[in-house]
Ligand binder design. Structure first.
Ligand code: KIV
Length: 272
């Protein structure tokens, strides 16, 4: 049974703003393909993120850096074909928006035209403000992403919690304010202390969606394959696993292999 609010037939950026105003938490998950997106959407998720985490989860890369704009468009268009209710946010991949606002606009326009996604997500604050403004000026909704920004992993050096020190925390607070002023409709805050995330969420009017950012924000996002327990090797503290599909699926595959080898499958009722 769906636990989604019946009030909203279709989630828009306006709906999310309204949810924050009413104190209703926003639920967001990733999807990269049609079948998963259909299940997640029918369950009543508010936002589906076609994340560049597809680079890790779907393609097996160590980082999010290798995924291309064409590959993101392929994943996003598969997701868009499945959804009826959720707002679809598509990550602009590494190298398609940093340092060149004209290129950023072209990349965002390709995502919107070729995938049918509803909005784009970019990592960073002041350093990408020109790109954010230019995309917004074309009428494309933008979600920001601050804190641990995986496209900058080689600058950070590790995936540890960000903004524990005052200098980085102050920059993060200023960046969140700036993204709100520029006109972003929401911000993802990844892996930062919960007190800081709460302070940011309370200081701006747009929704703040956390991942490893505690319970004081306006919503939560997880990578679907992680919360389903398909990615066994990834076990950060913030991850709640709702299933152990790595084991469940492995058992199903073992049973199938056994049934084929033992000639139990197919039986008389399973053939023509
Ligand atoms: O790409 C992704 O899945 C993300 C989430 C971790 C927020 O950006």
């Amino acid at each position: 049974m769906s636990v989604a609010s019946k009030e909203y037939k279709r989630i828009t950026t306006k709906t999310l703003f309204e949810m924050k105003r009413k104190g209703e938490k926003i639920a967001m998950l990733t999807a990269y393909d049609y079948t998963m997106a259909k299940i997640v959407d029918h369950a009543g998720i508010d936002i589906i993120l076609v994340g560049d985490s597809a680079s890790n989860v779907m393609a097996g890369h160590e980082t999010t850096l290798p995924i291309t704009l064409d590959q993101m468009i392929y994943h996003a268009s598969s997701v868009v074909r499945a959804i009826e209710r959720a707002l679809v946010v598509v990550d602009l991949p590494f190298g398609t928006y940093q340092g060149n606002s004209r290129q950023a606009l072209d990349s965002a326009i390709r995502i919107m035209k070729e995938s049918g996604g509803h909005s784009v997500k970019l990592e960073g604050g002041a350093e990408i403000s020109e790109s954010v403004s230019r995309i917004l000026s074309a009428g494309i909704p933008v979600m920001g992403h601050l804190g641990l920004t995986p496209q900058s992993i080689y600058k950070f050096g590790s995936y540890t919690v960000r903004a524990r020190e005052d200098e980085e925390a102050n920059k993060l607070k200023a960046d969140a304010k700036l993204l709100e002023e520029l006109g972003c409709f929401a911000i993802v805050l990844e892996k930062v202390p919960s007190a800081l995330a709460k302070e940011v969420a309370e200081s701006i009017s747009i929704p703040v969606i956390g991942i490893g950012a505690g319970d004081g924000v306006d919503g939560q996002v997880l990578v679907t394959h992680d919360m389903l327990g398909m990615t066994h090797e990834f076990s950060p503290r913030f991850l709640r696993r709702y299933l152990d599909l790595y084991i469940e699926m492995g058992n199903a595959f073992k049973n199938y292999i056994g049934d084929v080898k033992s000639r139990d499958f197919p039986n008389k009722d399973e053939q023509y």
